[in-house]
Design a protein around this ligand. Structure first.
Ligand code: MLC
Ligand code: AMP
Length: 498
């Protein structure tokens, strides 16, 4: 029994979703997701964990499709709406999805799929009324696959069960005191846990309302806030940075109106990347709220959080959430004392089942005694955890997205003008990190504008390097023995924006 969906029967007439200026109740959600489930089943009794990929903007249809897949016994594979076809194709092939659902907006992008044999392509508008029995779903079954970058080139599919998802939701609904009068605005993409679990699923679990704004837009966000219905908001630090920048451009009367609206909120959360204390302080001035910073990961949902009721500690991520067990361990996976730096390791029913089709990678990400190895380095001090960084220089966080330097290097190396390359994250106030690439050329010169256009066909915008350096242009003293740490420093001191 999928509790998230069972709960909805209790809230039938309540407002569940606002999207595209329409209001939808829980009953609407239940009816449409049942229709979708029946059509997906196509006469079968149960999809038996078949992978159903879908590319649909955040909104009512997205939620109905996710629930429809679950109610039919399938595994939901949400695709990133901003990815080029190549990245989407990788996910479809890696999951061996047998069905792909798409909305009209993505017809053109997904056109090459129509030629594939064995994949059933369903247009969102093709779903209509269907009746009948739906299968009983055990919560130990696989529910979702989300793609995340790691230290091994291409992204890996993180598989969570219904039980994992339920735990990830309830640890937040209890800790942050979600209730049915909550109304949240979702501005996040829906192929990652932040938007899917923390925002959408927590609201729907609680009988609250989730309003969608599919494209991030500071002006529209403040307009919605000024209606004074939204009372909960969650975003990555880059979004708070952008909201602050926009607020600073507004006339005083508008600024005051926004501040009045924000002060009425119940909760405002930041996560997915380190929240700079400067951003926390500026937002505090604008909104009257000390942002609640929490820490999580695709593989486990949220794990550590500042307190909802008590004082929040700027620069710290807080304490373990309900039923999540945390330890700090050394490189030999031995637990460390308070105050010692080490890797965050996690246990709990919130932790994922496996990387899709990668038993070796799954085994390598757990210790022999079952602790999940996050790769994040932290310390417990002054009564809370503080993140210090990552144990791999090849993991970059930009705009809240996790990016593998190795994946970008692999793509760059396939370009005819590039012989060798090194990709690093460069600290940046707005994005957390931006991507820098150092190139050894196979030709005399390279046209960077053409290179960027070429990259856009291979990678989403947030994975495209914003700065380049040609290895021959590096200072002579580091040439030949340049490490990634050197490169980071060189990028920081050289302003070679293109
Ligand atoms: C986009 N741009 C970037 C960039 N991303 N530039 C540098 N670094 C980046 N990372 C540039 C584009 O090239 C483009 O430039 C311009 O910004 C607009 O692009 P866009 O794609 O339209 O950007 P925008 O919509 O403004 O996106 C910014 C954002 C987005 C912050 C809203 O990055 C976002 O939604 N981030 C959230 C990701 C998220 O949900 N992460 C959670 C993962 S789960 P030009 O020149 O072409 O105009 C997780 C676990 C946990 O981490 O703990 O939660
Ligand atoms: P993802 O794989 O996209 O789910 O990203 C998870 C990673 O985001 C974690 O492993 C951390 O490195 C980072 N992260 C999430 N929340 C925070 C936070 N509050 N502070 C610092 N890093 C964070």
């Amino acid at each position: 029994m999928i509790q998230l969906i069972e709960n909805a029967f209790e809230y039938k007439n309540r407002l569940a979703i606002i999207s595209d200026h329409n209001n939808y109740t829980y009953d609407d959600l239940l009816k449409r997701s049942a229709n979708i489930a029946h059509q997906l089943l196509n006469g079968k009794a149960d999809l038996e964990e078949a992978r159903v990929a879908f590319i649909v903007d955040p909104g009512f249809d997205y939620t109905c499709i996710q629930w429809g897949i679950w109610r039919a016994g399938g595994i939901a594979v949400p695709l990133c709406v901003k990815h080029p076809f190549k990245s989407i194709e990788y996910v479809i092939e890696d999951t061996q999805a047998s069905v792909v659902i798409l909305s009209t907006a993505y017809e053109k992008l997904m056109a090459p799929l129509d030629e594939r044999k064995g994949i059933r392509v369903i247009r969102n508008q093709e779903f209509n009324d269907h009746q009948g029995e739906l299968p009983e779903i055990a919560i130990s079954r696989r529910a979702m696959i989300l793609y995340t970058s790691g230290t091994t080139g291409k992204p890996k599919g993180v598989v969570t069960t219904h039980k994992n998802i339920e735990k990830q939701i309830t640890s937040l609904t209890t800790s942050w005191e979600w209730h049915q009068d909550d109304h949240i605005l979702n501005v996040l993409p829906l192929h990652h846990v932040h938007g899917i679990i923390n925002v959408m699923s927590c609201a729907l679990w609680s009988g609250g309302c989730c309003e969608f704004l599919p494209k991030f837009d500071p002006k529209k966000i403040f307009e919605i806030f000024n209606r004074q219905q939204v009372n909960v908001f969650m975003a990555v630090p880059t979004i708070y940075f952008k909201l602050i920048a926009h607020w600073n451009t507004l006339p005083e009367t508008e600024q005051n109106l926004i501040t009045t609206s924000l002060k009425k909120f119940r909760l405002m959360v930041s996560g997915s990347a380190a929240l700079p204390v400067s951003v926390l302080k500026q937002w505090e001035k604008i909104s009257g709220h000390t942002l609640l910073e929490r820490y999580g990961m695709t593989e486990m949902g949220m794990a550590i959080s500042n307190s909802y009721r008590n004082k929040r500690k700027p620069g710290y991520i807080g304490l373990p959430l309900n039923e999540v067990i945390i330890r700090i361990a050394d490189e030999q996976n031995q637990p460390l004392e308070q105050g010692e730096k080490g890797e965050i390791q996690v246990k709990g029913l919130n932790v994922f089942k496996e990387y899709w089709g990668k038993p070796k990678a799954t085994a390598a990400s757990f210790t022999a005694d079952g602790w999940f190895k996050t790769g994040d380095i932290a310390v417990f001090e002054n009564g809370a955890y503080r993140i210090l960084g990552r144990n791999s220089v090849d993991i970059i966080k930009s705009g809240g997205y996790k990016i593998s330097a190795l994946e970008i290097e692999e793509v760059l190396r396939t370009h005819t003008a590039i012989k060798e390359c090194g990709v690093v994250g460069i600290p940046d106030d707005e994005w957390g990190e931006i991507i820098g690439a150092s190139l050894v050329l196979a030709t005399a010169a390279i046209d960077f504008e053409k290179l960027k256009t070429w990259l856009k066909e291979q990678l989403p915008a947030y994975k495209i390097p914003k700065r380049f350096i040609i290895q021959e242009d590096l200072p002579r003293n580091v040439m030949g023995k340049v490490t990634k740490m050197d490169l980071k420093k060189i990028f920081l001191t050289q302003k070679n924006n293109l």
